[in-house]
Design a protein around this ligand. Sequence first.
Ligand SMILES: Cc1cc2nc3c(=O)[nH]c(=O)nc-3n(C[C@H](O)[C@H](O)[C@H](O)COP(=O)(O)O)c2cc1C
Length: 140
Amino acid sequence: MLVRVLYASRAVGPQTSTVTASILEVAQAHNRKNGITGILCQGQGLYLQVLEGNRSIVNQLYARILMDRRHKDVEMISFAEVAQRRCPDWSMAHVNLSDADPMIRMKHPEFDPYSATGAFVMTLVDELVSSGHRISLPPA
Ligand SMILES: Cc1cc2nc3c(=O)[nH]c(=O)nc-3n(C[C@H](O)[C@H](O)[C@H](O)COP(=O)(O)O)c2cc1C
């Protein structure tokens, strides 16, 4: 059974490229092995992550992510059974938001994932991915 989870969290400490690299390195290797795909958006002190895969495996991963001390206030925004993946080719794509990302600040000036609906946050993630230049794909 294929599911998709979207959650938000707040970074503990600065979101440096070193922290990001260490998260992504483990995430991409583990996800590839376990058939998990997804997107990690980060910036402005926030993480937004989409995780897709087998329900039990996604649940196990989410339980580990909840305990990770590099972030806090992990809040599930949506959980859905899905017929197909949004991002079948990405063991974990990465979208980096600059501190004053124009997409978020101008189009969604009051964006707050903790009060927005799941549908809205998912649309925002889709916009960030399709805006292209922010995305860095994992190595093949
Ligand atoms: C924002 C964030 C996103 C993460 N995403 C993933 C992920 O997609 N896959 C993964 O295996 N670990 C991810 N992790 C790391 C896990 O929390 C955990 O450290 C890692 O899976 C190793 O777990 P282990 O030490 O119990 O083996 C993420 C951590 C953070 C802070």
